[in-house]
Unconditional design. Sequence first.
Length: 364
Amino acid sequence: MQLNKIPATVVTGFLGSGKTTLLASILQQASGKRIAVIVNEFGEQDIDSDLLRSCSLGCEEESVTDSDDGIYELANGCICCTVEEEFLPVMKKLVERRQDIDHILIETSGLALPKPLVQAFNWPDVRQHCTVDAIITLVDGPAVAQGRYADDVDKVDAQRRADENLDHDASLRELLDDQLGAADLVIVTKTDLLSSEQKHDVERIVQQRVPAAVKTLFIDRNTLTEDTAQLKALMGMAAASEQTIDQVENHHDRYHMEGAHHDHAHDHFDSCVVTLGEVDADRLAEGLRELLQTNPIYRAKGFAALPGKPMRQVIQAVGKRLDSHFDRLWRPGETRQTQLVIIGKHLDPAQIQATLARAERVQA
């Protein structure tokens, strides 16, 4: 019989900060832990949950959820806006199977506010059996170093804000502030792309936005693959964040208190899904780079089917950076197709589809 509460780790952070990569690494190093995962993706196609399904969840033969892999998808809206309709029913299902679960991992949409989600852990049906082990906020190190989504714009070198394709609306800066303000731990990612001066600047910017007791951890891809002890330590912080979340002040709450009209940051985003058949890898990369240079795209993420390749290629683009790797074999009977989710502002789906379609393999 399980006497202790199930710990839940909430992973939040802006688009492209590395949330899915972190969760996948934790799952791969889970050492037999029975972990349930809740994924909240923004857009029409849930790419992140498919990525996480490639990882072992450490479940026994009897599933920890109604699905076979322990993954719950919340794809009907941003989790901070659909707590009662979407999140709480899932948590109730997990509570029913609490004897089969060691830990819950929650990946929020990059556009979500963590506070409403964590407050839901105080609902009677949830708080009796679950606790928030920690709120971990991920920050894209190079993006912050270049002055994107930072409040203190006057203190950041103007050259780091020269990218006209990026949005600098106050709502986005405030969203980052609210994600940092709720954090029990801040993780700065992609630090291998930072100079020592940039790393110092990022640390200063983060420290201005978090309580003194909140630590900042700098990681890169090698950290996730080599430092297993550090990954395991992320689950077991015992912060019980739900007990103090009401004390966290943020921009969103102040807007409501002042009665001011405001939109959630995610209301300002567009998304579109591109579906193709098998594609030429070089031509697809060329098309994506062209789109990243000429459109206000914040993230492109998905899978590609390459002719003659037995494995599926994962593609991720943030800002002007484009990365790819192979994650798993195509399954027997699985449709070999290319799917990409594009998130940005003022997108032209027809133009995006036409540009990427140039990479599609012509069937003989």
